[in-house]
Every structure is written in structure tokens, then in C-alpha cells.
Design a protein. Structure first.
Length: 197
């Protein structure tokens, strides 16, 4: 099996106590490292960056110094795994703010000469997995709500910059998760890490 360079982006905003997202990322990393893949971590909650407040700041402002290593790690990676809890039907604001900051023109994409609306994707050649935990049943999120926020992430952010394919792992009812169910999810993430999927 060919080894890969993997970056894990932990999007849970709370680092004061351990959460399932952290355990899932640790299981994935353990499996990946056991299989010989190289893993780097980005802990979004530990980074220092402001929220963007204007298109001009996004297009022309400097990248915050606290995010330069994150961009370097994303450029280095062949496979990206994002972990986050579903909050109010979407990713937490801190993770969204992080993605807005790092996915800047000149890094994540470039405008094609002579076209204001068409862009050259800057992060092609990378695959991704999105791991989302939630309080509702995952089937309801997937079929009733049509996994709208994950679809938006896949289409409007990851796909826009050229990251494909993008796979998803949706874990529901985490507030009522029994120990044996949690163990099964951790084993599944470990296996995905071994396969770099």
C-alpha cells in the first residue's frame, strides 16, 4: 500500500475537556501512523486569528501569522480529514472562520486571466473525509435535512478549491452513545486511518 501525507483538522472549538471528535481524530491518527502514513495535526481552537470582516481583507489582507503553518500543512497534505460537531445545523463558527481565512486567493484558487468569475483550483490532487458528530440521528440529518451543511462544505469550499473525492462519516446520537457503540466508531476511524481514506 502506498503511504500518504495526511493532515487532520480538528474543528471542535472546546479544548477544555475531551470530546468524541478528539477521540475519533486520535483513533484515525493511530491507524494511519501504524500503517506508515505521515500525519500532521491542525487544532483550530489553539490558533490565533481574527474573523474576516470584508471581501477586501480576504482578497488583499495578509494571512494572520498564526495560520501560516496551517496553510503549509494543507499544501503538504495528500489527504485531509476534518472533524467537527454539528452546531445549529452547521460547522462551528470557529472552524468556518478558519476555512475562510486559509482558503484565500493565491493559495486555494486563482482567478483565470480575463475571467472575473472563473477560477483555477489551487488544491487539486488532494482527497478528503469529513467526520461530523451530532445529537440527532445521522439518518435524519442525511435524509430529512439532506446533510445540507456537509453538502455545502463539499461543494462550496472543498470542491471549489479542487479537493476531491470527499467522503463523509456522520455519527449521530452522540449524547446517548453507549460505550460499545463508541468503541465500534473508534475502530472504524482507526481502520479508515490505516487505509488513508
Amino acid at each position: 500500500m502506498t503511504t500518504k501525507r495526511i493532515v487532520l483538522i480538528q474543528g471542535h472549538p472546546d479544548t477544555t475537556v475531551p470530546h468524541l471528535c478528539h477521540a475519533l481524530a486520535a483513533a484515525y491518527a493511530a491507524g494511519a501512523e501504524d500503517a506508515g502514513h505521515t500525519v500532521r495535526f491542525i487544532q483550530v481552537a489553539d490558533l490565533d486569528f481574527p474573523l474576516l470582516r470584508s471581501q477586501q481583507a480576504w482578497e488583499e489582507g495578509p494571512l494572520p501569522a498564526g495560520l501560516q503553518q496551517a496553510q503549509t500543512d494543507i499544501r503538504w497534505a495528500e489527504h485531509i480529514v476534518l472533524f467537527f460537531p454539528l452546531w445549529l445545523g452547521d460547522m462551528p463558527a470557529l472552524l468556518k472562520g478558519f476555512l475562510e481565512q486559509v482558503a484565500r486567493p493565491g493559495f486555494a484558487f486563482e482567478h483565470e486571466a480575463g475571467h472575473a468569475t472563473f477560477t483555477k483550483k489551487g488544491l487539486t490532487g488532494r482527497s478528503a473525509r469529513v467526520v461530523v458528530t451530532m445529537g440527532m440521528p445521522a439518518l435524519i440529518y442525511r435524509w430529512y435535512f439532506r446533510a445540507h451543511s456537509v453538502k455545502s462544505l463539499r461543494r462550496n469550499i472543498l470542491g471549489f478549491v479542487g479537493i476531491a473525492p470527499v467522503h463523509e462519516t456522520l455519527i449521530g446520537m452522540v449524547g446517548d452513545l453507549k460505550a460499545n457503540d463508541a468503541s465500534r466508531w473508534l475502530a472504524k476511524l482507526r481502520r479508515l486511518g490505516q487505509l488513508a481514506q
